[in-house]
Each structure stands twice: as C-alpha cells, then as structure tokens.
Design a protein around this ligand. Structure first.
Ligand code: EPZ
Length: 447
C-alpha cells in the first residue's frame, strides 16, 4: 500500500544513531529458549522481523514483553515442539529455533523455510550438524522433524561458513553431552554476540569469531541481561547514504572494527571517513572512483552491503565491477537502478557498472531488504522525484528508516501509493506524512 516519495539532490547533514543489530538479536531471541529462567535483552530494534520471531517463541510457550527497546523473555518449562508453517514462512530466520527446541525438548518439528528473492537458501548444513550431534532427522511434507533423547558433542566441519548453520549448531551444542568443535565456522560479529550471550548464561563457548569454535556442553543455562551489538549493516547503509549525496554525517553507536571490510572499499572509492566523536564521520566526497568489490563471508566484504554500494558506484567516475559470491540471485536491484538511468551489465556472478551517469527519479520497487535500501539511497542521489514501493521489505530490517533520513535533511515521505488512492476514489494529493493519513470513507485508521 505504501511507497516512499523521495526528492533527491540534497546532501545529508547531521548525526544518526544506529539501532541494535537485527542479525544479532534474532538468534539471541531464539537462544533465550535454552535457559530455565528469564532474560532481558537490551537495545532491541523495533522491526517487523523482531516481532515475527517473538510471535514464534510465544507460540512455543515463552512469555515476551517488549518495552522501550528492552525485551523480557521468560522461557517455557518445556518448549512446544512444533513451529507451524504460517509463522515460519514469514521469515527464514525462524529456522533458528530448531537448535534450541532440539536441545531443550529433545524433538522439534518445523516447516521448511524455503528460498527467498536472493537465493534458494538450503539448510543442509544445519541438518548435517544436528545429525552429527546425534539427532535423527526425518523429512515430512514440507517439514523437518528432528529427534534426540540426548545430543552428544561431535566434530562438525562446515562445507561453507554459513552464519545460520553456525548459530543453530552452536545453540544445540551448548546443552549437548561432551565437547563439540565447529570447523570452518562463520566468523561474523553476530556469532560473537550470540556466544557472549550464551556464555553469560553459563555456557562454555570458546573461539567464536574464528574459524574454530569449541563448545563444552553444560547441564543447564540461566537467564541473563544482554545488550545487543550495534547494527553494522544499518551503519554501513547510512555511511553510503551520506556518500551518495555528498553529505557530512556522523554515524553514532558503531563498532568501527565490524565495518573494516566496507570502510576499506569506501576508502578506495575516495569516500573520506574518520573515527571521531565516538562514531564514524563521513565528509563530502571530492572525486568518487570506480572500484572492484567481491562479497565474501566475514571478514570479507559483506553481501548485505552489496546493493547499497552498487547505488554509490553508479555515481562514480570510471567503471566498477561487483562480484557476488555468497548468494546466487542478489542482483534484482539492477533492473530498478537501470530505470533510474544506471547502466549495469550482468555477466555470471558479476555486475559491471558504467560510471559517469547521473541518476534521475523513477518509480521502482524493492525485491528484498537491502535492495530496498539501495533504491532509497539512489533516490536520495537522483535528480527529481523517485517512488520506492514494496516497503514491507525495508520495514523488516531498518528501524525508523525514513524518519532517521529526514532528520539528516532528506526529502522523503511515506505515503499511500497513488494507484491505491485512485482505487479508493480519492485524489492522491490528500495525505499526511509519517505513514498516517486521512481516513478513507469506511476505512480503518492507519498507524
Ligand atoms: C545470514 O543469513 C543473514 N541473516 C543474512 O542477512 C546474510 O546475508 C547472510 O547471513 C550472509 O552474511 C541473518 O542473520 C538473519 P548463510 P543466513 O547461512 O544465515 C548457503 C539481511 O539482509 N547455505 O551464511 O541464511 C546459502 O545458500 C540478510 O539482513 C547452504 O548452502 O546465511 C548461501 O548461499 C539477508 N546450506 C550461503 O550459504 C546451508 O545449510 C550463506 O548463507 C546454509 C547456507
């Protein structure tokens, strides 16, 4: 129903505070099921995905209270052992409840998460890990059932350093009997945050953030209080937004070390960014240069920043090449950027971006979360007005996105899509910013 109307061409200015990390809080909310007593999770971003996973663990028997960025989770005595399709299908990360359910209840039935816009996203590595921990895995119609009277520690080598598989196996291994070693583990900061949370509940996890994670199983875990790390992808998105508009922005609540792979590439492209005032400050770009980027698991260049950096490189002088090695179908923003005047040639897993082509406004739509952010950034840099549709994708992972951009001087408003208003026989001019609008005859009020 909604779209973002953006008038571009104004440099962003000011300070923006980054929210807690979506990709850290989702597995941590699942891990709260592992404990026998309540946990308090702080700096929780208010996102659609966070609400979805809270609804899922409530369905499994947990009590959840979310207030002012603080989440109080009271785990059930014994979690329910079935995660239904209508909840799991909302969000792939729901599959991360499987490890905790198996560890706490000895069995779990969950519907297959299926693929998404950016790739087929199989879960074979998760299941391989659970079988090596002694679980019996059976496939039903669109479901997986895992059973284990007692999980037992094991040596698990991951064929690919999958973030989700590392997290799921780790959460199962902390309550398994004996020692587990996860080799070729994912090294993302979100894995370290999960391990810190588990250890503060009494687990024994060593080596998180490296390729080898060692877990010594324990009998039980006790709830704790934990503050979520800042969202490095949201921080990166605002750094690139500033660079796209030639702005001057201080991004606060960041851990610069988590952004090194991105900062290195932005430096190569000529974007001046410095650590100051407890954050990262972007200064106006003099000359933006074309560069080569290859996405890789951490500490390589993050695939979740690939679309946003593509928008920036459309503005560079000279050509750029982006190679996407993590997901097989993460170039759907290309056709939308071309509507805005970009010229991008796809060849296998690479995109060749022609530089020196100014962008202009257009009506475009998001195919997934980061593609949506990339189109908003392109709209901020473009001449004229753009309309970005399918905001449900953006709302999944950016808290107060347009409000934060507006506070930096962006001309951006959320409004009902023109054709929807016409459908209701109302002239598109009648709307109020901030997502609220006049009531249509016989219609409920939007928040
Ligand atoms: C996490 O997804 C993030 N999501 C993704 O962020 C991110 O893009 C991805 O890691 C890579 O960094 C969350 O943390 C909730 P993977 P995940 O398992 O865990 C293949 C965003 O925009 N694979 O590391 O699903 C898979 O197909 C989202 O915030 C297998 O082959 O990613 C993919 O090609 C998008 N078998 C690659 O590994 C498996 O069993 C990376 O997937 C598992 C994965």
């Amino acid at each position: 129903m909604y779209e973002l109307a953006i008038t571009g061409g104004r440099p962003l200015k000011g300070t923006v505070r980054v929210s807690g990390s979506k990709n850290a809080v989702l597995p941590i909310i699942c891990a709260a099921l592992l404990a026998k007593s309540p946990s308090i999770i702080e700096d929780v971003p208010d996102l659609v995905d966070v609400r979805s996973i809270c609804t899922l663990i409530e369905h499994l028997g947990a009590q959840v209270e979310l207030e002012g960025g603080k989440l109080r989770i009271t785990p059930p005595e014994k979690p329910d052992t079935e995660a239904p399709y209508q909840l799991v299908r909302r969000m792939r990360a729901s599959f991360l409840v499987l490890g905790p359910m198996l560890a706490r209840a000895g069995k779990a039935k969950i519907s297959l998460p299926g693929g998404c816009a950016i790739g087929s996203r199989p879960i074979d590595l998760h299941l391989k890990g659970f079988s090596l921990l002694g679980a019996d895995i059976t496939y039903g119609y669109g479901t997986i059932e895992a059973r284990a009277r007692q999980l037992t520690g094991s040596r698990i080598h991951l064929d690919f350093p999958s973030v989700g598989a590392t997290e799921n196996i780790l959460m199962a291994a902390v309550l398994a009997k004996g020692n587990t070693v996860i080799e070729n583990a994912a090294e993302e900061p979100e894995i370290v945050d999960l391990a810190n949370y588990l250890n503060s509940m009494g687990a024994s996890v060593r080596g998180a953030g490296t390729k080898i994670i060692r877990v010594k199983g324990v009998d039980h875990l006790t709830g704790t209080t934990h503050k979520i790390i800042p969202d490095r992808i949201e921080a990166g998105t605002f750094l690139v937004a500033a660079a796209c508009t030639g702005g001057e922005v201080l991004v606060e609540n960041v851990i610069p070390e988590h952004l090194q792979p991105l900062l290195a590439k932005l430096g190569e492209a000529g974007v001046p960014i410095f650590e100051e005032q407890g954050g990262l400050k972007v200064y106006p770009v003099k000359q933006l240069r074309g560069i080569k980027v290859k996405t890789m698991p951490y500490p390589g260049f993050p695939t979740d920043m690939q679309p946003q950096v593509m928008s920036l490189l459309c503005l560079a002088s000279g050509n750029s090449i982006i190679t996407e090695t993590v997901f097989e179908n993460r170039f759907q923003h290309v056709s939308q950027l071309e509507k805005m005047g970009a010229r991008i040639k796809l060849s296998g897993r690479s995109a060749i971006i022609e530089g020196d082509r100014p962008l202009h406004g257009a009506v475009v739509k998001a195919s997934d979360l980061r593609a949506g952010a990339a189109l908003v950034l392109a709209g901020l840099a473009a001449r004229g007005e753009s309309r970005v549709g399918r905001l449900n994708h953006i709302d999944r992972g950016y808290e107060q996105f347009e409000q934060k951009l507006r506070a930096l001087g962006a001309r951006i408003t959320r409004k009902i899509r023109a054709e929807k208003m016409l459908h209701h026989g109302v002239h598109p001019g009648i709307y109020i910013g901030q997502g609220r609008r006049q009531e249509f005859p016989g219609e409920g009020k939007y928040q």
